[in-house]
Design a protein around this ligand. Structure first.
Ligand code: AMP
Length: 361
């Protein structure tokens, strides 16, 4: 069986690495051949809007998925008429737009921070009247890792924030003074079976994931997260891995955003769970039985953003698992790799995590 992956970043590469032992074959499609995915499987290059090229790419595949959520939905729909595209493009269209996404959460009874759509400067005044400050103005589309966002700490700052993002459709949301950030990753098979990974606890730096620890043992939050995941997965008869990020506010989960793909906060599952998120995404989209999501111990993952630490020093940390994405160019804010540690106890894990963090200097 051949899987086509649109987007050949590190997520695609880790999918292919997880799928080779299952006997699956891979083809990537991306704008450039010199990509993390292109280093581990054949790649077709072309624009994401080139429907003809994409159709030719898909003809050689049995199922198509994507590792990047901004693939144009209009480019996936013609492919989905011929072969399965998972997760479904209709769902991707919602995940690409923060307003549709938060509206879906609300419709499914999943709590969110108060939010309002903002197209005009006047809309922002109305939103501020209703929701108040502080808050965050975000672009509805194409924002990620804290990009396309402006904080409004007091109402007087609204004009400058709007000007910095204006001209695009926006969403204003209340600034949540959360006690922690967590995420849940779950997979649904075409046959309707759902498996959940343990809750992950995440720390962000400048809007980018910095560190994840799992399993995060908050049974009440875990129950809420599973209920919310199931509501979304079942509404859409979703197939594949879904990740949802939450703020914890006074013991309640508030949904921030979702990703219809494998997620950075699930990288620990490669070594820290029986079957990784990458393997379970492939099992789901290939129609294979889903794998066990149990944790093998206590895991932590540290992201390397903008620069890779010394590999020699990293490999001297006992049991550290090193992941270099093979990106040729280091840029500020660019995810270049990560490291995972797994230990028998949370205390041992935290000691190893401290050593892994020190690598970042
Ligand atoms: P996002 O791109 O929406 O995932 O935002 C990136 C990070 O910015 C989040 O993980 C939070 O740490 C922070 N953030 C985003 N929205 C809010 C909010 N409404 N209140 C507080 N922090 C936020």
């Amino acid at each position: 069986m051949r899987i086509g992956i649109i987007g050949a970043g590190q997520l695609g590469r880790m999918l292919a690495e997880a799928g080779h032992p299952l006997g699956l074959e891979f083809r990537f499609y991306d704008r450039s051949a010199d990509t993390p995915g292109g280093q581990v499987a054949p790649i077709v290059t072309g624009e994401f809007e080139d429907h003809e090229k994409l159709a030719a790419f898909a003809r050689g595949c049995d199922v198509v998925t994507f590792d990047w959520e901004n693939v144009p939905v209009a480019s996936l729909l013609p492919i989905a008429k011929r072969i399965p595209v998972y997760p479904q493009p209709e769902f991707l269209a919602i995940a690409q737009d923060r307003l549709l996404e938060k509206t879906l959460f609300r419709d499914l009874g999943i709590p969110t921070p108060p939010f309002a759509p903002v197209d005009l400067r006047y809309d922002l005044e109305c939103a501020l009247e209703r929701i108040g400050a502080p808050g965050i103005l975000k672009t509805r589309r194409l924002g990620y890792d804290g990009k396309g966002q402006a904080r409004i700490m007091q109402r007087a700052a609204a004009g400058a924030a709007f000007a910095s993002l204006g001209g695009q459709s926006l969403i204003y949301e209340s600034f949540v003074r959360f006690s922690r950030e967590v995420s849940m990753i779950a997979a649904r098979s075409a046959a309707g079976k759902i498996v959940y990974y343990p809750l992950s606890e995440n720390v962000h730096a400048s809007g980018i994931l910095d560190e994840t620890r799992a399993p995060a043992r908050y049974p009440a939050l875990e129950r809420q997260a599973r209920r919310h995941m199931r509501a979304i997965l079942e509404r859409f008869k979703y197939v594949g891995i879904l990740a949802v990020e939450f703020f914890v506010d006074k013991g309640v989960l508030l949904a921030n955003e979702m990703a219809p793909r494998v997620h950075n906060s699930g990288h620990w599952t490669i070594e820290g769970a029986v079957s990784s998120q990458f393997e379970n995404h492939l099992r789901a989209i290939a129609g294979l039985p889903l794998g066990c999501t149990d944790a093998r111990g206590h895991s932590a993952m540290v992201n390397f953003v903008g620069a890779m630490p010394s590999r020699e020093r990293a490999l001297a940390v006992p049991g550290l698992h090193w992941h270099d994405y093979g990106k040729r160019e280091a840029r500020p804010g660019r995810k270049l790799g990560h490291a995972t540690v797994v230990a028998a106890t949370a205390k041992q894990r935290d000691l190893l995590l401290r050593r892994a963090r020190r690598l970042k200097g």
